[in-house]
Design a protein around this ligand. Structure first.
Ligand SMILES: [Fe+2]
Length: 356
């Protein structure tokens, strides 16, 4: 199985994995043979791509950190909570449901010490906030597990991560979605989402102090230039520090109204360069070991003009995977190892299906 960008989908291709729609409904089932109409629909919904089964990728097994269906249910549950909050409502059933899902995922993920972040993202452009929050949640849990947090701590972290931006529902939509540069006044309003989110959760939810503090401090920076309190290094709770890195990584690698996504490798370089400035050294170090920017099944373009599919990642250097090379007709012609083959040290990944 491999991930094929929407622009490269052709009628007759076989769907590799169930695909869910905006309301978590099944849109395309695994094994479905794609029609012209279905491809047009995927394009109009701005899907970046889908998984397909084909001969050249038949032996490639794509493994997810969390089940794709579970992820979509979590997105749906979070969306309900955000919409109710925005409308001034509060539905205890939905809150309990979200907490239960977070608890289940924490239990499942924490039993795997070797867990790495390898999600190829299938987010809806229009539902960015919910998909982003779920990605930040998963990424934060992986960092928390690697930092040896216990289950209770992971639950506090998980709740803070998934709700980190809930305060944005109280910020006018025109400011959140503004295409141009924000005025100083608008930026101050945006910044208030940390305090508004924390206050709302403290008032309405039975949420732990740790989770509320995580929401409050996810924009603090290691060198004391963040907000709302300009906290420095050890004064920032670990939950806030973890969410800060996860938030920046997922935001940089996502298309936004005002800019295109950057390559995952570029986002990683930014985070490494910000170690000790914006982010905690120790967490950056864990981040570099646990994030696979080019998951197995990703189509990549190389700086030598070749195109291929990632078939294996090296934990020692996640930026230089093993790649199955394809010719112009899409046939597998070679396999190169960007990490172990020293003749290829000058070859880099310059593009992925996600950043085209
Ligand atoms: Fe935020």
């Amino acid at each position: 199985m491999r991930f094929v960008p929407t622009s490269c989908l052709r009628p007759g291709m076989v769907v590799g994995r169930d695909l869910y729609g905006r309301n978590s409904e099944l849109m395309l089932a695994e094994g479905n043979i794609l029609s012209e109409l279905q491809i047009a629909r995927l394009k109009s919904l701005k899907y970046q791509g889908i998984y397909i089964h084909d001969e050249i990728s038949a032996d490639i097994e794509v493994k997810d950190v969390i089940d794709y269906e579970v992820k979509h249910k979590l997105v749906g549950s979070l969306k309900n909570v955000f919409i109710e909050t925005k409308d001034g409502g509060f539905n205890k059933k939905n809150v309990v449901n979200l907490k239960r899902m977070v608890d289940d995922i924490v239990n499942e993920m924490s039993s795997n010490d070797d867990i790495v972040y390898n999600m190829l993202d299938l987010k809806f452009y229009d539902d960015y906030t919910y998909f982003h929050s779920v990605n930040v949640f998963v990424l934060s849990l992986i960092l928390g597990i690697s930092l040896k947090l216990n289950k209770d701590e992971l639950f506090h972290l998980g709740m803070g991560a998934i709700l980190h931006d809930i305060g944005k529902v109280f910020v006018p939509k025109e400011i959140i979605n503004k295409n141009g540069r924000l005025t100083d006044e608008e930026f101050e309003i945006i910044k208030s989402h940390t305090e508004m989110g924390c206050n709302y959760l403290r008032e309405k939810w039975d949420i732990s102090n740790e989770s509320a503090m995580a929401v409050l401090t996810h924009h603090e920076k290691y060198n004391g230039t963040g907000y709302p309190y300009k906290l420095k290094s050890d004064k920032i709770p670990i939950y806030g520090k973890i969410i800060a890195i996860s938030d920046v990584y997922d935001a940089l690698t996502s298309d936004r109204p005002y800019r295109k996504a950057v390559l995952p490798s570029e986002a990683m370089e930014y985070i490494m360069a910000s170690s000790g400035i914006y982010f905690d050294y120790e967490i950056v170090e864990v981040f570099c070991r646990k994030i696979m920017p080019f998951p197995v099944g990703t189509t990549v373009q190389l700086s030598n003009g070749m195109t291929g599919i990632v078939i294996e990642n090296h934990p020692e250097n996640c930026l230089r995977p093993k790649v199955r090379i394809l010719d112009q007709d899409g046939n597998a012609v070679d396999c190169i190892d960007l990490f172990n083959n020293k003749d290829l040290l000058n070859v880099t990944i310059v593009s992925t299906n996600m950043s085209n």
